[in-house]
Design a protein around this ligand. Structure first.
Ligand code: FEO
Length: 392
């Protein structure tokens, strides 16, 4: 329900994108939201806009509270287009002479996105902006997750507007953590694994530096998903935990198959891992979305990857997953490869090379089998799984 009151005079006037299912390569089974925050004070402030195409809905939501022309200040915490796409449309209504506060990189990036000259005001960590009863404090959070990213904090309401951080791609009828319950952490984890993992070491440093400021945070308002008002400390502690990437006794067995031989190997290897006490999940790369695979990889200690050899190379779905995972730079994993082949059998060697390029040490040099594995070879796969379990 928008507008959504968050505190006296503070509203989420953003939109729910119920039916988006692909967010630049990330599967959004529950849609997403583009949150935008309206603050009514002596100065009227709008923090972030929404994705292009949702501008009319944003303006309609604002109009239920106040005439959009009465907005005095726009803050852009982040230049990515899901939050800035409607900036030109909104400024056209609000007034193109009104100030847009952003980080130095925000100004650069917004100018690169939108040629129309706007009245940008660059802020840094030392900058505070009184708006009446309240003051806006800005915190640059470079690479969480773009160079321009920043937070805005209002000490009087103890609200942190955290841009993408602490977000989730989730559009539901619930708007707050206490309404949706613990299941929201699965969405937050997937978001972290697919959007922020590459910057995990920086995320931890940034969160620790924000914690060192001893900000009193009662509510966290991310730009996606629900608002954390019951227990904002929970998602902060989860971010620290996920940033550490401490490997669990868990293996992800990712594979694809041509004639079910590599699949038979995958299932036997998974059984061996499970038998040896490791939580192992077989994930067929043609059935599971890469972003769900990535979420499982994030806290796994072992990545086991199997591909048939196709045209002297890897099966394309495995190449897709490898490209995606490589970009997100997961840490603290071991790797192992397997696969069925007909006559040349390069797949295991190629996966091992990919592990090497990702800095993932091998738990085993790999296992390959020609054509269809027989019963004794299935047993070998089971033992291979048990052996891999011993490396965790
Ligand atoms: Fe939700 Fe980085 O944009």
């Amino acid at each position: 329900m928008r507008p959504l009151q968050i505190a006296e005079g503070i509203y989420d006037v953003g939109v729910k994108d119920w039916n988006i299912r692909d967010f630049h390569g990330y599967s959004t089974y529950n849609g997403t939201t583009y949150n935008s925050f309206l603050i009514i004070d002596e100065k009227v402030v709008l923090i972030d806009t929404v994705k292009k195409g949702f501008g009319d809905e944003l303006l309609k939501n604002i109009s239920k509270i106040i005439d959009p022309k009465k907005i005095d200040i726009v803050v852009s915490n982040h230049a990515e287009m899901d939050h800035s796409g409607c900036l030109p449309q909104i400024m056209h209504v609000v007034g193109e002479d009104k100030p847009v506060y952003c980080s130095k990189m925000g100004e650069k990036n917004l100018k690169a996105h939108f040629p129309k000259k706007l009245n940008y005001h660059v802020v840094d960590n030392s900058f505070t902006l009184p708006i009446g009863k309240r003051t806006l404090h800005f915190m640059e959070t470079r690479m969480l997750h773009w160079p321009d990213s920043m937070f805005t904090y209002i000490p009087e309401d103890k609200i942190l507007f955290s841009s993408d951080a602490f977000g989730q791609h989730f559009a539901g009828h619930e708007d707050f953590d206490d309404e949706v319950g613990a299941s929201i952490l699965d969405h937050a984890k997937k978001y972290y694994a697919n959007i922020l993992l590459l910057y995990a070491p920086k995320v931890k440093t940034l969160i620790e530096s924000v914690a060192a400021m001893n900000l009193d945070i009662k509510t966290i308002c991310p730009d996606h998903g629900i608002i954390w008002r019951k227990d904002p400390g929970l998602i902060i502690s989860k971010y620290i935990e996920w940033s550490d990437q401490k490997p669990e006794k868990k293996a992800v067995v990712i594979y694809d198959t041509m004639w079910h031989s590599t699949e038979k190997m995958a299932e036997a290897i998974t059984s061996g891992l499970n038998y040896a006490g490791v939580y192992a999940i077989p994930m067929n790369a043609r059935k599971w979305h890469r972003s769900d695979i990535m979420t499982e990889i994030m806290d796994a200690g072992l990545v086991v990857m199997g591909s048939p050899t196709l045209n002297n190379g890897l099966f394309p779905t495995l190449s897709d997953v490898l490209t995606y995972v490589k970009g997100l730079k997961p840490l603290n994993k071991k790797g192992a490869a397997f696969g069925s082949y007909g006559w040349s059998g390069e797949a295991v060697k190629l996966i091992n090379a990919e592990f090497a390029s990702m800095g993932i040490p091998l738990a085993h040099e790999g296992l390959k089998m020609q054509y269809v594995p027989d019963e004794s070879q299935i047993e070998t796969c089971f033992e291979f799984g048990k052996q891999l379990a011993g490396t965790l």
